[in-house]
Design a protein around this ligand. Sequence first.
Ligand code: AMP
Length: 282
Amino acid sequence: MSYTIAKNIEEMVALRKRLTGKVAVVPTMGALHDGHLSLVKIARQQAEHVLMSIFVNPTQFGPNEDFEAYPRDLEKDLQKGRSAGVDVFFTPEVSSMYPGGFATYVVPESPLIQKWEGAARPGHFKGVATIVLKLFNVLQPHVAVFGLKDFQQLLVIRKMVADLNVPIEIIGAPIHREVDGLAMSSRNVYLSPQERVRALGINRSLKRAQKAILEEGQTDLLQLTETLKALIVTGEEVSIEYALFVHPETLEPQKTFEEKTLFIVTAKVGRTRLLDNILIQK
Ligand code: AMP
């Protein structure tokens, strides 16, 4: 089956005009893995045409982050994306998305932006919201699919879409994992074999959290957090940035389990920052 690539905004806009019927988009930064492809599968069920953007967005990276080093392999991505069902790839250059003189940003301001990833990565969600709205305007999809792995990002996008009346349905897709439970991530390639093993403590803590709450009836989330943190730190390579239970809508910390909770973890394994979470509800 053939696919089309649009390498700049002009090509993409011209191509989009020729598409009739429902269009779904899967925005990515490339270095595709099966997690991305599971989003494509969901997009396929929603629409006649599946568009995938592949763009490492500089404005969502901080000055000391891995923008330059971020893994890039367009040829492989096209192959994987196509076999999963992508019809059109949008692969713009930075200069096409941010031409000289670019000066207008979307700045999310709700309290849920200030916490966790927003606090750890100042400006990150400004970059995310800006690029996502730009992609929406260029691609004009009916539906967009985002992963629950980046839970806070999904909330930020939902809020932007609601606040700015963006007429696009946002779908959240489950976290796709390796057989041993590690959440798939483009950054997993940074892990050494030993770090890869150490990283498994994160998933162990998520499963333990679920069992403790749903099967053993634990409700004291502060006490449980201490047990879970000990499971995450499997060696001196692992350091926790944050690991706690929060309300899944407000992301405010929770002390007691009632109906539902989200356990969120961000930990550094060696130099690699890994994010994971689990939604636990009765
Ligand atoms: P990225 O290329 O890392 O910006 O991710 C692109 C999209 O894929 C985002 O919506 C992510 O949340 C989603 N994603 C990344 N990893 C996974 C995963 N393991 N499972 C499900 N979705 C994922």
